[in-house]
Write a protein that binds this ligand. Sequence first.
Ligand code: C2E
Ligand code: CA
Ligand code: CA
Length: 671
Amino acid sequence: MSRNQNNNIIDAFYAELLPFPTFIISEDGTIISWSSTAEAVLGYKKNTMLAQPASTVTTLLSGDFSPSAFADLIAKPKTEQFTAISVQLADHTLQMAELVTQPCTYQQQKSLLCALIFDNTSVDGAILLKELVDIRLALEETQMLVTLDSEGFILAANEAFLKASLWTPKRIIGKSFWQLFPEKDASQSIPEQIWRTLQQGRIWQGEVEQLTKTGTTYWTDLTAIPTYCPIRKVQHTILVCKDISSTKNELMKLQKFAYVDAETGLHNSYWLENELPKLVMEQREFSFVYLSIDKFYTIKELHSSELHESLGSMFKQRLETYFQDSIIVRINEIDFALLTSLSDWFIEGFLHYLEKNPIYYERLALPISISGGITRFPSAFTTYTQLMRTSTATVAKVRSEGGNKIVSLTPAHHRQLNRKSLLETRLLKALDEKNLQVLYQPQIDITSKKVVGVEALVRWHDEVVGTVSPGELIPLAEETGLIHQIGLFVLREACLQAVKWSAAGTPINVSVNSSVREFRDKNMATSVLSILKETNCPASLLHFEVTEKFALEAEFAKSIQMQLEQLEQAGVSFVLDDFGTGYASFRYMQILPVNSFKVDETFIHTINKSEKANRLVHSMVQLGKNLGLRVVAEGVETHEQQAYLQSIDCDILQGYVISKPITAQAVSELL
Ligand code: C2E
Ligand code: CA
Ligand code: CA
């Protein structure tokens, strides 16, 4: 039997999850994966089978399976099933099985996934397994499928998904569940809600907007299924999605045309987009109120799905009764907007009114909390897009602080939000044009006084927004996800520079700051290694500075730790930055592969201010040295501080007393 089958990509973990003995053969005829189930059921050990020619396994099978037969199967885009195969187990007994083969991409090479389904378990069991395999095959052909690990990282995705999401097989592995959805404030609760449902071991089903690699969106009917593998004791998730963009787009076109929200009969966002400029032109004075229901999806979870249909209408009734003579607009499922001439205190009173007049469902008062923002008109915010951005940002902030509050936006808020959105666009441009600079701050060995390393620090001067300090730039970049690009840019520059200094006969270490968000991407270590290779930079010259906040998160995320270990094995060093300001735990030095730490400048600045302060710095340095770590003092500003650090045997100094961050050229002159 054969079916048309797409070329799936899979990773090692996925192969391990299959409940049958499985192995993978590469195009050149080598066994490149041998699952633990294969080890347990067949009795041949993984380490004896891996890297062996395919003939090692074909000789154990009764059928006519020469290694070239496998090569043919790899070339065909089909799943094949061979029945009545007798398999020779390690204990020399023979057992009958069915062999299922499926071409796939594994470790970025064309390969063949082979699974043996034994007939002997029980007839019922075999029928069930066969049915499951058939259902899976049918799903593979007709739906988009994604498999996630327990942390939400993508383990496997089928061709249909890659086609819709525009990701390449190589790039999608290791991306996270959250990266599949647009980061809109209002809809942000959907992926979170899906994840929560999965964590409770329940299935989630519904329509969601998903994100492609290029940032466009498409609608799917998504079923998220939590599954648990009792043998390996791991939780994972299967996403089954069907593209419904065309139906959804039709509906949206209709709504757009009618300017009406189909469920409640209220004006919709297209109406607002169309009307707002007119009101602004007329210089009418009014307040724009944006209201968002905080826990809509939880309410939906608690109650039946029919409720979800009418909650919008019931909420509309409350709005209409309270805000008489105001214009009410439904922005989306959970967000509403009002154009009103009522005063702020009256608007804020809506929360109280809602408490006193709750929405009932089957005689049960639904606990609804609202987050909202009020903008007065006319104001600096005149366009629809600006207004929506500000409003959704405000609502997100209110919600993150616990929700159930309506706040008025002051002109200062507006300026701040305006600057943020301006910075965001300028930063995108700067990254595109590689318009960031890297300065280097020298670090000297305390005894030889020689420059032994530098810390790479990013600098951004923009012609429109002026000089932006890293203190403002880094948090913004982290929030928008642009930190990945900044991090890799700084890293590439730093590596190129390290190679230049090395070639000039003065090799010095380069320390690069890294934020934990960069390591949440499973491909981070791979990107770092490829930059090292590309720039020809020896890994031993590269140090990564990580903070205690980073360490705290890494402690709970296996994939971060694994990536750090992978880099350490390649020869990269890690430095614990800002030591003493966070959780100041030497435990991190055990968890993370750090071999030095930087005593934070706040401690250095207290040197000679009091006896106690000196003792504190002394004991920090001493403790580090006892643990065999290299101790760096940062932010050293005076000769007195330098002298004291010298007297207590600190290893490395960095700070204005030696030099401010300077250009690479200026560093070369010091070497
Ligand atoms: P940090 O890692 O603690 O970097 C040291 C900061 O202290 C730098 O500020 C440096 O200019 C400043 N500094 C150095 N010596 C002295 C001194 O003697 N006295 C005083 N008062 N300050 C001194 P900068 O460059 O403004 O960077 C601020 C922070 O931004 C850095 O703190 C780091 O956390 C972050 N950062 C900078 N570049 C990058 C980057 O490329 N990637 C990431 N993820 N973060 C970066
Ligand atoms: Ca640093
Ligand atoms: Ca620091």
